[in-house]
Structures are given as C-alpha cells and as structure tokens.
Design a protein around this ligand. Structure first.
Ligand code: SMO
Length: 813
C-alpha cells in the first residue's frame, strides 16, 4: 500500500525547517560544559583510570593536598546491576570504581576533586596507582579457550560450556538439519568488524548541583535516557528518585553511546551529596575513546543452504560478540547477540534456522549500543552471503535477492519475529533502476581495460523500529521465575506525553522521549497541529527533564517518532475532541461537526468561528459557566506501547579502488528507503545522510585498535580516522511509502537505517571491483593497508579469527 507523501492541508509530510535550529546554529544552545562554566562556585572532578588491561590494585596514593576518592570511600554505593531472566544470561554488577581488580585500560579506579578543571587534571596526574598485572584476555577466541583467564572470577569457567561466556542464545527450528542435507549448495560466509566508537562530537559531560535548602541534586548530563539514568543512579547511591532531578540540556550527539548509565555519573552524584557542593565532570576525547563504550567487534560465521535456482532454504550460524569487560545498563551485554539472534535473516524468507549467538567477555572497554547495534554486522553477513551465493550458482545478484525477499505480510520469521507490511522487493527494484546496471557494466568494463577498478554493491535490510515493552520482554523470561532472586530486570518500551493548552491558547507537549539532534520537537509539533488546527511554532515541546516530563524511556533504537509520535497523536486527538465539545456548546451542532483550523473552531459548512484562544481562556477563567465542564484544564495524556514495525531500504554503493594505494573512493551512493509516512521529509533525509556517513566510516575508516597488552592505541580523532566531507559522496535518496497499522502515525523509524545498510553495500562494491584480482572483503574496515595486502597476496580480506577454528590463524592487520 503506497500512501501519498503529503495530504494537502496538513503539517505532516512537509519539509518544515526545524524549530530547533535557529538557536543551535547561532551558538545559543546550552551544553553541559556551558552550565559548568557559568557556575563560578563549581568544583571539577577528574577520574584516574587503569593503565593495565587486567590487574590487582595494590595501592592508590596521593600527596597531601590532593582530594582523592577510591572504591573504599564508595563502599556504600551499590554496583550498577542490569540483568535478563534467561538461563544463558550471566549477571555481573559493575562497581562504580574498580576496587580490588581492574578489567580494562581506562577503567576508573579513583577520582579527584579540585577547584578548576585544570587543577583537577593536575591533581589526577599526582595520584599513584600501583597495579600488579594479571593475565588478560584480549580476543573472543582467547577468552573462550580452555583454561583462559576469567574476566570475572565470580563466574566459574565451566558455568556455560566455555569460560567468559556471558550470553549463549540459540534458536533451532526442527527441520534445519534436514534442509541442509536437501540443499543443492551450501554457501559459507564469515565476516567480522573491528571495534568502533559512536564518537559523539560532544563527549560525556555532567554537572551535579547540590541544593543546600533541601539536599536535592540536579544532574545536568549529556544523555539519551534521563528517567532511567535517574533510576539507575538512585538505586546505586541509595537515594529516593525524588531527591534527584536529571536534565539533558542540548546534547551534541548520542548515537546510542549516551543511553548507557555511566559509572562516572553515579560517582559525581554521590560526591556532590557527600561533599555538599556543585561538581562538574567534562570528559576528554581520550577518555571517551578509552571508556565511553565501544561497539561492532563481532565475528559471524554463517552458512546458507540454497536450491540450485537460488532459494534460501535454511540458515545456520555461530555469532560471537566481544562485549568487553562489563555489562551495560539498562540493555545489558545481551543486546548485540540477542538482537543478532532474533533479526539475522532481516528481509529474507528462510524457513529453517539454527543459529547460536554469544556474548564473550574480554579485558577491553565494555560494549554498548551504537547506532544500529548488531544490525550492520547482520546485514554484512547476509549481503555477502547473497553475493557469494549468486556467484556460486551463476544467478544475477538482483535476481537472487528478489527471489528471497519477503513479499507477503505479516511475515513470521523462524525466530518468531513478525514483520509488518514493507516493500522489500520494491525498494530493491527501485534501487536497481536508479543504479542502471547495464550502464554500469559498460563503465566497469571500460575502466578495467584502463587498469581502473570500479565496483557496485547492493544491500537490502529491514530496520526494526518503534518497539515497545512486548519486544523487550521477549528477550527475557517473565519476572519471578525464581522468586528468591529478584534481579533488577528492566523492560523498556512505552512512551507517555502530556499535552496542555494554556489560557492563551498555546500548546505545551511534555514528553518522556529525549531528543538529542533528531528534530523531534519539530516533528511532534507537526503531528499535534494536524489534529488541533494550529501552527507548529505554537507548540512548545518540553523534554529531557525528569521534573517536567512524564516517565519515559528516552530516544534510541529509531523509536521516538513511532512511539512518542503515536502517544502525541493519541493526546492530540483527545484534546481536539474536548475542544470540539466546548466549541459545539457555543456554535451549536455536534462535536463531530466542528472543524479545527487556523487556530479556530467552526461549524462545518458554517461561517461563524471561535478562536481557540477564547475557548481556552473561558475554560480556565470562567469554568463555572461551562456546561458539563469536566476538568477545567485543557489537558490530555497519551500513552503508546506498540509491538514494533520495520522500515526497509536498499542501499547501492559504487566505488573505485586504486590498486596501487588500496584507496577506496565512494563515487555514488543510492538509498531506496521506505520509512512509511514521512512526517518531515527533510529530517528523514538528514537522518539517512548521517547514518550512511557513519556506515561508510565503519566500512572504510574508523577502528579502535588495542595493542597486544590491551592498551588502546587509537585515542585521538587523528588515529580513529572519522571521515570528513571529502570522503563522503552525495547521497541520492528515493522514497517509497508503505503504511502499516503497526504505527499509529504511519511513520516508521529511520534513525539507524543508514548505518545498518551502508557497510554491506560498500563491502560488496569493493569485492565486485576487485573480483578480477581474487579479492573479497570479509572484514571491516577495509583500510588501504588491508586492501593492498590482499591484492598483493591475491586473497580475500580475511575475517577475524572465530573460536570454531581448529587452529586459530593469527589476526591480520
Ligand atoms: S544505538 Mo541507539 O541510540 O539504540
């Protein structure tokens, strides 16, 4: 079902300039560091971090005059606990400061307090931490090997089959083994990715203000989930949530990295309460790389069972996620492996399935969500599989995808996931049309004759978005299976909004979601105004302040427009209904005969109109005169908790690879996107652009590298190598519009899609370009050095070692 992009007379569907931007582009935004710098009385905190990957803390000493706190001082602060109820999940708490042992380079072991940030930096240098090194495990195969050192010795080595196994999920359908015996071809693919940082432009930062009047703390922090951050800190510190207010001011990028509770924030709130003073912590870029969560270090070993004509009968696999040293809060270290286990087939039909997916702990920075979570790797695995199967079976790469894409809805995947209406085949067809493969084939052939290597690559994916508590609950078993162990399972999902019309007729929308760059204030205003016949600039959206907003789960997982958007629509419809009733009392007719437009209410077909501002004023100030008046306030609450929907897209990358230097230039990038109904097409395109750039970064540039002692060596932007505008092509976008009843507004989420699809498209394009040289890409990023080595040796860019290898080959750089 294709919907018109814009219905005439509506605010939704229009590329309105973002209401947020005039202040931000003028430099009038307020970030945490601004709040700290305006507070003359505020002291600063700096953390002292471990310089070894694994070790025993022997002593922490500081010269007189340095105010230093260690884990012993925080003995009453509980560790951060996040858990799932499932037999294969291992729960391990994270201490706020490492106390007896350290488990990764960058782990906080102490903090100092001084009167300025510079003085705190100097003081931190004076703290002497003596650590006796212990054996460390730095890769998943090493961590799983018999006799491996244990990252957490509270978890016995034989706890679940192999040491350091924190999650070990498996889904097997009854006919999987038989399907592999029946297949005409079994195509194996192993892919892997290096570690990546979400790298928000604004690193982490927090300011904790102590109110001496009531002992309350107000924490301003650069966050995606203010309410759950408050819950987490209050639980650790042992304070009532009401004694803590959490506010996220303007946030300079999150990308998932700011949804996870920071140990540093717990320490800061504890210290502000204990010292009874205002404290700030402004993270450095180096700390952000060391300790603010990593992502993407995974190796997926999969096999597809195909018929001779390219039908995918079955999929089996062994997926390994290196999750680092600690469990993230609230989504846990199961987030990558369980998402991969549930969603690996993506947009493809596959009847039989046998996949195991594990989280393996290592002595490296903990893993937490980063835009797309494990889907970039899932799509890389499936899309490399499709290209390999096409080549093996002699089938066109578009045809083999088209044959296997889901086309009937709803579709139940073998993992139990139900996919709602989407346009997988149509987006592929649209992308193929725009790519003009016949023309490309001519250009590729001509270029090859000149010794130039052009390639084109496809990537199809489903972007699961807008999932509420039903989806998160499916990851865990019902609470209370073991009533003796009430572990703190957190099941996120719903969103609530409160919509108010004030006596002057202005609208205030308070939301539990917490936008940080997505333009949500604009898009929610568009949704609300279509119901109330007002202008978006008449709506003030209040977010990201636990004192001012209803409890909600924040912004992550491409969810805000779907869930907070649905809740806003519910609230706006209820308020509109109330206003129509009040207008009908004045104008006659039934409420359903009242039309709200241009800030007025009028009787359908009539000319007499009453301004909403007049209705609002009278409702509050002459409430005694209103018949059947109900509540005097003009207020409505909306709550929405959907089971989730799927946006879908097809990406096509064109590249030119220089075989002399190994340099890859992305010369064209196409996106055929179906995000359902577009509330604001300009914002949607902006989300796609940003996501694709981060996907290009994953494919070609960014990589966090540890040395063989577990020391991170990429701790600056120069080493980590984020792409610049010079490395990014124009991104051409074509939209399709499939509506699904799974989303109240018709909007499907779009925040992560670019990042999910782009790496696979580029890996396929490079592999296409270099096919005459026998080089395929199976590990990302495909850096010039890796490409040069592979060309020189006439082999693939090999994936990282997988524990299933009998003899694990040495990793290659
Ligand atoms: S990685 Mo996202 O903010 O769920």
């Amino acid at each position: 079902m294709m919907a018109a992009p814009t219905e005439p007379g509506t605010w939704t569907g229009r590329a309105l300039p973002r209401l947020e931007d005039p202040a931000i582009v003028r430099g009038w935004g307020t970030y945490v560091a601004d709040i700290a710098s305006r507070n003359a009385g505020c002291a600063y905190v700096r953390f002292v971090r471990s310089t070894v990957a694994s070790g025993r803390i022997l002593s922490i000493t500081a010269p007189p005059g340095v105010t230093v706190f260690t884990g012993r001082d925080l003995a009453d602060v509980a560790p951060i606990e996040a858990a799932l109820h499932r037999p294969d999940f291992v729960a391990v708490g994270t201490p706020i400061l490492a106390t007896d042992v350290v488990r990764f380079v960058g782990e906080p072991v102490a903090f100092v307090v001084a009167d300025s940030d510079a003085a705190a930096e100097d003081a931190a240098e004076l703290v002497d931490v003596d650590i006796e090194p212990l054996p460390a495990v730095l890769s998943a195969p090493d961590a799983l090997a018999e006799g491996a050192p244990l990252v957490h010795d509270s978890v016995p080595a034989d706890h679940q089959n192999a040491p350091n196994t924190m999650v070990d999920g498996r889904v097997t359908t009854p006919g999987a083994a038989e399907a592999f015996t029946r297949a005409d071809a079994i195509v194996p693919v192993r892919v892997s990715s290096g570690r990546q940082s979400a790298m928000p432009l604004e690193a982490r930062a927090s300011h904790a203000a102590y109110d001496r009047a009531d002992g309350r703390i107000t924490l301003h922090s650069t966050l995606q989930m203010p309410h759950i951050t408050r819950t987490g800190i209050a639980d650790c510190v042992g304070m009532a949530e009401d004694d803590l207010r959490v506010v996220a001011p303007d946030v300079g990028g999150g990308f998932g990295a700011k949804m996870t509770l920071a140990r540093e924030d717990v320490a800061l709130v504890w210290a502000a309460r204990t010292l009874r003073r205002d404290l700030a912590w402004i993270e450095t870029r180096e700390e952000n790389f060391l300790a603010a969560w990593h992502s993407r270090e995974q190796v997926y070993d999969i096999e597809g069972a195909f018929t001779a004509d390219g039908e995918l009968l079955a999929l089996r696999g062994d997926l390994i996620c290196d999750v680092g040293a600690y469990c993230c809060y609230p989504v846990t270290w199961a987030v990558e492996p369980l998402m991969a286990l549930a969603e690996l087939p993506g947009p493809y039909k596959v009847a039989e399935y046998d996949v195991r997916s594990r989280a393996v702990a290592t002595n490296k920075c903990p893993i937490a969500p980063y835009r797309g979570v494990s889907r970039p790797m899932q799509v890389l695995a499936m899309e490399r599989l499709m290209d390999r199967a096409a080549a093996h079976l002699g089938i066109d790469r578009v045809e083999i995808r088209d044959k296997n894409l889901i086309s009937e809805f709803p579709h139940r995947a073998p993992t139990g996931l139900v996919l709602d209406a989407a346009s997988h085949r149509e987006t592929l067809a649209e992308a193929a049309r725009l790519a003009d493969l016949d023309d490309f084939a001519v250009r590729q052939e001509q270029a090859r004759r000149q010794g130039r290597y052009l390639g084109i690559g496809f990537s199809c994916f489903a972007e699961r978005t807008g999932y509420g508590t039903p989806a998160f609950a499916a990851r865990s078993q019902p609470f209370g299976l073991d009533p003796t162990k009430p572990a703190p399972v957190i099941t996120p999902g719903f969103e609530r909004v409160i919509l108010n019309m004030d006596p002057s007729g202005g609208l205030t929308l308070r939301i539990g979601a917490s936008p940080h760059g997505q333009g949500l204030k604009t898009t929610l205003a568009q949704v609300v105004c279509d119901e109330l016949g007002m202008r978006p600039d008449q709506v003030r959206v209040i977010a990201s302040d636990t004192d001012a907003t209803p409890y909600g789960w924040g912004s992550y997982a491409s969810r805000a427009m779907v869930i907070a958007g649905g809740a806003s629509l519910i609230a706006a419809r209820e308020l509109a209904e109330r206003i129509r009733g009040l207008a009908a009392d004045r104008l006659g007719g039934l409420p359903d005969d009242i039309v709200l437009e241009d800030g007025t209410a009028r009787l359908r077909g009539g000319t007499e109109a009453v301004e909403l501002a007049v209705i609002a004023r009278d409702t509050y100030h002459s409430s005694h005169l209103i018949p059947d008046k109900g509540q005097p306030a003009l207020e409505a609450v909306g709550t929405y908790d959907p089971s989730g929907t799927f946006a879908n897209a097809c990406h096509v990358a064109e590249v030119e690879v220089d075989p002399q230097t190994g340099q890859v230039r992305v010369t064209r990038f196409l996106v055929a996107e179906d995000a359902g109904r577009l509330i604001n097409p300009a914002i949607v395109d902006g989300q796609i652009h940003g996501g694709v750039v981060q996907g290009i970064a994953n494919a070609l540039f960014e990589e966090l590298i540890y040395d063989d002692r577990g020391v991170l060596v990429t701790t600056s932007l120069m080493d980590f190598l984020p792409p610049t505008a010079a490395e990014v092509p124009d991104i051409e976008i074509s939209h399709l519009y499939t509506l699904s009843p799974a989303s109240l507004t018709g909007a499907k989420g779009v925040g992560e899609g670019g990042t999910i699809g782009a790496p696979a498209a580029i890996a396929n394009a490079i592999s296409d370009a270099l096919s005459p040289l026998g080089v395929g890409v199976f590990h990302l990023p495909a850096t010039p050095h890796r490409i040069r080595s592979a060309i020189r040796e006439g082999r693939d860019i090999r994936p990282a070692p997988h524990p299933s290898d009998a003899a694990v080959p040495a990793p290659q750089q």
